[in-house]
Design a binder for this molecule. Structure first.
Ligand code: FES
Length: 115
């Protein structure tokens, strides 16, 4: 199995409204995950392995959607479909995180250890 140079996890968790807790699915994260997949496929670069994948809850939940780029441990929150290309081009391909969309890694998350 090929290990990607970078992989972006997009939370697509959708909670039942009865739980009374916000989730990334409330912010269109499934469409965003698909947009990342398509954007990376369109911009394939020889010798660079980049992937995105939908994930379960990453921890922060509110003010989503949330995504994290590994192994950089750079988190993005509250972005939209319109921001997908910028994250792909600037960060995934160019190595420059999109500072205006970044958020701090959640302190109560153990995602880094699980990856
Ligand atoms: S529901 Fe997306 S981070 Fe928890």
């Amino acid at each position: 199995m090929e290990i990607p140079d970078k992989i972006l996890f997009v939370c697509t968790n959708q909670r039942d409204p009865q739980w009374g807790k916000e989730s990334c699915g409330d912010h269109g994260s499934s469409a965003i995950a698909e947009a990342f997949r398509r954007a990376l496929k369109m911009r394939r670069v020889e010798g660079v392995s980049l992937r995105s994948t939908a994930s379960g809850c990453l921890g922060p939940c509110t003010q989503g959607p949330h995504a994290v780029v590994m192994p950089d441990n750079i988190w993005y929150s509250g972005f939209s479909l319109e921001d997908v290309d910028e994250i792909v081009v600037s960060h995934m391909l160019g190595g420059k995180p999109v500072v205006r969309l970044q958020s701090a890694p959640p302190l109560d998350s153990n995602v880094v250890e699980e990856v």
